[in-house]
Design a protein around this ligand. Structure first.
Ligand SMILES: [Zn+2]
Length: 143
């Protein structure tokens, strides 16, 4: 696992590659995500920053999130209706997601058998998996 210093360097490098300056606001967005284990919408992150007394526009948050997604530092989960949730990716253990289409609730899961089956399936076609995205869209079972 990477330490915080290495992760910070990747962030600075990502901004540099995009020709974007590291401002206290962008740093705050990044730190806020790296210090959270959750899956949150842009709005949630905005509220959290406001609570911390940090004044960042939603446009800045969106722009920063986009860059972080493109550089694989965070993950974007599209939950439907133009909504998306973000979570830190780097420094976090691999897991897959179940997304409730009614509430937007996200459940993390990991299933060794599924992982294994995916590997076998790729192999059957002469490939090895380099990464995978596995999302289940679910709704509650009505009793
Ligand atoms: Zn997750």
């Amino acid at each position: 696992m990477m330490n915080q210093e290495d992760i910070q360097k990747l962030f600075v490098k990502a901004l540099q590659s995009e020709g974007i300056k590291l401002t206290p606001q962008r740093q705050a967005v990044f730190s806020n995500i790296m210090n959270s284990e959750g899956h949150r919408e842009c709005n949630d992150i905005h509220q959290s920053l406001i609570k911390d007394g940090i004044d960042v526009s939603r446009a800045t948050i969106y722009r920063t999130l986009d860059i972080l997604v493109n550089y694989n530092l965070i993950r974007k989960l599209v939950i439907g209706n133009d909504r998306a949730k973000y979570e830190k990716k780097i420094g976090k253990k691999h897991h897959d997601h179940m997304i409730c289409i009614e509430t937007g609730n996200i459940i993390e899961f990991e299933n060794e058998e599924i992982e294994e089956l995916q590997e076998q399936e790729a192999k059957k076609h002469g490939y090895q998996i380099v990464k995978h995205v596995h999302q289940l869209f679910v709704k509650p079972i009505k009793k």
